[in-house]
Design a protein around this ligand. Structure first.
Ligand SMILES: NC(=O)c1ccc[n+]([C@@H]2O[C@H](COP(=O)([O-])OP(=O)(O)OC[C@H]3O[C@@H](n4cnc5c(N)ncnc54)[C@H](O)[C@@H]3O)[C@@H](O)[C@H]2O)c1
Length: 383
């Protein structure tokens, strides 16, 4: 089956690499000057590095490249069984490109979007035959991150969903099915990892380095929240938070942080700008307050907020409990699924920590999910 990828930026080039590595004939298209050339030279470098590391042979390298048609002509997507769109995050432009794609492919071709924040229903509405549209959301870097969220829109047919899932499964990815709601699973459930850490900092409980230390050393996370925000980029991370906040009709739970906004405004974007919460141009290692009791309090506060978000996603049928847990371990490398973790800590304990926070602050931000309340009332666990 021929696979086409529309948009050859960070995500598109990675998706094309995966499809070609899995034996598909691939068409990678981009309309902007220089974009396709950049994608081709970057991909060649990546494949050469994989040969050096002995992950692929020189012959595999050559055949992967032979399978990809790098093109500036959209008409070359003709004959595809699957088209994945990964262009700029703009609904009007996506809708225009989708109707262009529809004219060039057969009726049974699946047309997917890699959008992070737009609704799949709104993108699908641009098509005459919208039941073949589905969200296929990869994580960056696409060839390395195992998770892919598959998002059926209200228009998506059962057969489109099944086919899309089985293609991505056959590429060795871990697929989860998510409802077409803001942030899908990962970008919704992960919000408190950043938001609550920022709040803890703003209250002066601890500095960035201490919060990161606590989350790594006592929480078991691979990176602390500030480290991770610097890695993602404060501009990108802030925009995701703001988009989710707006899309949820300003639910206080997702309220963005001024601290992060100021970092973005100052151009302290993180690693890519040399400075974020940390200064990457100095060798100085920041001082950490290794007070275990304080550290554990910080971990507990962020963790119960994450668990609350995961429980609420389950309550609202965003995904199954297994898929919610897989999403966080395979999409953002959490040490454990949040709902498995919740059972270990005890639902009653989590609920009482959330109720304490809500009573103390009087903010809707800390409202416990009704699911947690019901579970405590009936003495249930997630698994
Ligand atoms: N970067 C991430 O971490 C990430 C993760 C998951 C999903 N996404 C989503 O993937 C999509 C692409 O993101 P990205 O980070 O790869 O962006 P990017 O800016 O790196 O690449 C976008 C590419 O699309 C091309 N493009 C723009 N308009 C076009 C058009 N009309 N026709 C053809 N090509 C066009 C641009 O030339 C560019 O090469 C977005 O929808 C984004 O939300 C991004």
């Amino acid at each position: 089956m021929k696979v086409s990828v529309v948009g050859a930026g960070t995500m598109g080039a990675g998706i094309a690499q995966i499809a070609a590595t899995n034996g598909h004939e691939v068409c990678l298209y981009d309309s902007f000057d220089g974009a396709i050339e950049t994608a081709e030279s970057k991909l060649k470098k990546i494949l050469n590095r994989l040969v050096e590391k002995e992950r692929i042979t020189q012959q595999e390298n050559e055949s992967i490249l032979e399978r990809i048609n790098f093109t500036k002509e959209i008409k070359n997507i003709t004959g595809s069984g699957l088209v994945i769109e990964a262009i700029i995050e703009d609904l009007d432009i996506k809708q225009k490109v989708f109707s262009e794609i529809e004219k060039l492919v057969d009726e049974d071709c699946i047309i997917a979007s890699n959008t992070s924040s737009l609704s799949i229903a709104s993108i699908a509405s641009a098509l005459k035959k919208s039941d073949r549209v589905v969200g296929i959301h990869f994580f960056n870097p696409a060839p390395l991150m195992p998770l892919v969220e598959i998002i059926p829109a209200v228009q998506t047919s059962e057969s489109t969903l099944t086919k899309a899932k089985s293609i991505i499964d056959s590429w060795g990815k871990v697929t989860v099915i998510a409802k077409d709601t803001p942030g899908f699973i990962v970008n919704r459930v992960a919000r408190p990892f950043y938001g609550e850490a920022l709040r803890v900092y703003e209250e002066g409980v601890a500095d960035f380095a201490t919060i990161d230390w606590a989350m790594r050393e006592l929480g078991g996370f691979r990176m602390g929240p500030f480290q991770l925000m610097d890695y993602i980029g404060n501009d990108i991370n802030y925009t995701v938070t703001e988009t989710v906040f707006t899309a949820f009709y300003y639910d206080q739970r997702y309220k963005p942080s001024f601290t992060q906004k100021r970092m973005m405004e100052a151009g302290y974007l993180g690693r890519k700008s040399g400075r974020g919460y940390y200064n990457y141009s100095t060798e100085n290692t920041p001082k950490i307050n290794e007070d275990k009791e304080l550290g554990q309090q910080i971990v507990n506060r962020i963790l119960v907020m994450l668990i609350n978000e995961a429980a609420d996603a389950l309550f609202l049928n965003i995904a199954t409990k297994e898929d919610i847990d897989l999403s966080m371990t395979k999409g953002v490398n959490y040490p454990k699924g949040l709902l498995v973790w919740a059972d270990e800590i005890g639902i009653k304990n989590i609920l009482s920590q959330l109720e304490d926070l809500q009573n103390e602050y009087g903010e809707d931000r800390y409202r416990p999910s009704p699911l947690l309340k019901r579970m405590v009332a009936t003495n249930k666990t997630f698994y």
